[in-house]
Write a protein that binds this ligand. Structure first.
Ligand code: FPP
Length: 244
């Protein structure tokens, strides 16, 4: 059952792209862009809470991001560690539950511990679930779900695969936003975005403010979601039943 206000997506997913270009335009190091990206994420989380969005999923570090220059990778890891320590108390106060989705096996023991701690500290919060996709790839998620079902000797069906994936605890995203001007999915939520409405913004992620979020939501609210049906079928389903 839907619990969000009319026209507000229950679940928004975001590819937060453009931090590097934001920094470059200011002659700053790429990491300064990522730092500003964290500020933008904080603002976006609060805006989602205020608007009644129930789930926000963000792509913070992809399986492919390990291929970036070593100092950027270590800078992103450090940024995540520090952001967790700094943000968790306020997130908790705002009723935000943190969940990390992705392959934890190749993270350091310290980072794994920090993620677990943040999840445990916010587990009871109910206003907004914030999924942070970290060392995540859509293909990895499908493959690990299939492998875990196979290892347990369970049949591989749409429903069992869905249940074995990292996002099994939330419904699929209604609205998928990508900032930074590129129009691609980049291995994000490949399974779960099957029926998501896609929205591409030219704004760089650090510049994606509340007004930009509201524009995306207004655009979403004007869409007709047909899930494979026809417009006419949807309209007749909305009519009150005819009385004999
Ligand atoms: C893409 O911008 C962004 C990322 C790879 C990282 C996103 C991370 C954050 C917003 C910070 C929150 C996450 C952590 C880890 C604390 P880009 O660098 O590809 O930008 P560009 O396309 O302009 O180069």
């Amino acid at each position: 059952m839907s619990t969000e206000p009319a026209g507000i997506p229950h679940h928004i997913a975001i590819v937060m792209d453009g931090n590097g270009r934001w920094a470059k335009r200011r002659f700053m190091p790429r990491l300064a862009g990522h730092r500003q990206g964290v500020e933008s994420l904080r603002r976006c989380v609060r805006a989602c809470v205020a608007r009644g969005v129930r789930v926000l999923t963000v792509f913070a570090f992809s399986s492919e991001n390990w291929n970036r220059p070593q100092d950027e990778v270590s800078g992103l890891m450090e940024l995540m560690g520090k952001a967790l320590v700094r943000e968790v108390p306020q997130l908790s106060q705002d009723g935000v539950r943190l969940c990390f989705v992705g392959d934890r096996a190749s993270l350091s023991a310290g980072m794994r511990g920090a993620l677990e701690q943040a999840e445990a500290a916010t587990a009871a919060n109910q206003r907004l679930t914030l999924n942070v996709c970290f060392n995540y790839g859509g293909r990895w998620d499908i493959a690990q779900a299939a492998a875990s079902l196979a290892a347990r000797g369970e049949p591989i069906t749409e429903s069992s695969l869905h249940g074995a994936m990292g996002m099994a605890h939330v419904p699929d995203p209604d609205l998928l936003i990508r900032t930074g001007g590129e129009k691609r999915i980049s291995n994000f939520l490949l399974w779960q975005a099957a029926y998501s409405e896609l929205y591409f913004s030219d704004r760089l992620w650090p510049d994606f403010d509340e007004a930009a979020l509201d524009e995306a939501i207004a655009d979403y609210a004007g869409r007709e979601r047909r899930f494979g049906q026809t417009s006419e079928q949807l309209q007749s389903a909305q009519q009150p039943p005819l009385r004999a």
